[in-house]
Ligand binder design. Structure first.
Ligand code: FAD
Ligand code: MG
Length: 313
């Protein structure tokens, strides 16, 4: 998945480790859009031609991704593929595309043009050139499934880090409080440089930010979260949003949605989702927290200001 996946167990169980990594590889093979063949690519190749029947697992994920794309004001869009492939941000050959090409490709990104047939699990992209991209949420989905795999081996204490999507399982054997300590990375700094530490138990911690995959041209930063309304990188006051939730898929979906909302709308939205907490980090070095009692945050960086549950002016 173009990233590092790490798994920590606190019992000796090589069979469980093998099962987890085999599962991750099998899921990547089904969901990737970075190879010529996968279940998702078979849908994309058939765009404008015919529906494609996929496995229940892939169908379910696409169905959830479509629902998230149709939520009011959502800038999460599973049909963003043609624009992602155009910019190539985070891949070799990234560049600023011609404006008319962006406009043309935007016409291929309506989630309404993704037709789902529940009875035979088929997916049809109604226009040639359309492409589904599950890059924003597949790691969360995969992390949730690894938890199920570990449960089959009777393992209920573990931590899995799928390229920044951290899923803590159960309580921590490492701290007296039995809470896991998860570092929140300082944007644009070395991986071991932290803004702070989250204290959680049995939660997923997922971040969407502008500092992992980007390029700079003429002093302007272009990052990989695209605004589906403009076709350009989503530009607001935020550097990152971290979601703390039970399901890593939910966290992955909402880290993108709330990133798109910005701080004020994002904090308001969390009033409706008491099952989630969030940390918003802004470009002017403020940290807005809505814990909803799912985590505690310990600030380490004294050049950032902590604004507990405050709505910015
Ligand atoms: P998030 O913030 O969660 O999501 C950003 C990603 O979502 C973007 O990279 C783009 O793919 C997509 N996206 C952008 N805008 C939107 C939007 N508005 N709505 C919805 N989605 C959007 N990377 C490689 O370098 N090489 C690989 O071979 C490779 N293979 C992968 C295979 C799989 C199965 C997955 C899940 C990822 C793979 N990746 C690979 C990484 C992938 O390209 C993304 O960079 C990564 O998934 C982004 O995750 P994130 O959590 O950092 O970002
Ligand atoms: Mg994500």
């Amino acid at each position: 998945m173009g990233t590092i996946v790490s798994l920590q167990l606190y019992v000796e169980n090589p069979a469980a480790v093998t099962a987890v990594f085999n599962t991750i590889e099998a899921l990547e093979t089904r969901l990737t859009v970075n190879r010529e063949h996968s279940e998702v690519m078979s849908i994309n190749h058939a765009a404008g031609k015919h529906p494609v029947t996929v496995s229940k697992l892939v169908f379910d994920l696409i169905q959830q991704a479509k629902a998230a794309s149709l939520l009011p004001y959502s800038r999460f869009n599973l049909a963003i593929g043609p624009i992602v492939k155009l910019w190539k941000i985070g891949f070799n050959g990234h560049s600023i595309p011609p404006a008319d090409e962006i406009t043309h490709r935007l016409s291929l990104t309506s989630p309404h043009l993704i037709e789902l047939d529940q009875t035979n699990h088929s997916v049809y992209l109604a226009k040639a050139g359309m492409e589904i991209d599950l890059g924003a949420i597949a790691k969360g989905y995969i992390a949730d499934i690894t938890k199920l795999v570990l449960a089959q081996y009777n393992i209920h204490q573990a931590i899995i880090n799928c390229g920044g999507n951290v899923l803590t399982i159960g309580s921590s054997p490492l701290t007296s409080s039995q809470e896991w300590h998860i570092g929140l990375k300082r944007p644009f700094a070395a991986a071991n440089s932290l803004l702070g530490i989250l204290h959680v138990q049995n939660k997923s911690v997922v971040t969407s930010g502008i500092y992992e995959r980007y390029f700079i041209f003429n002093k302007q930063l272009y990052h990989h979260i695209i605004d589906p309304f403009t076709g350009y990188p989503l530009d607001n006051e935020l550097q990152s949003v971290t979601i703390i939730s039970d399901s890593s898929l939910t966290g992955d979906i909402y880290s993108t949605i709330l990133f798109g909302f910005g701080v004020r709308h994002g904090l308001n939205e969390l009033e409706k989702h008491k099952n989630m907490g969030a940390i918003f980090v802004t470009k002017d070095q403020k940290i807005f927290i809505k814990s909803n009692q799912h985590f505690q945050f310990e600030l380490l960086a004294d050049d950032y200001e902590l604004c507990q549950s405050l709505i910015p002016a």
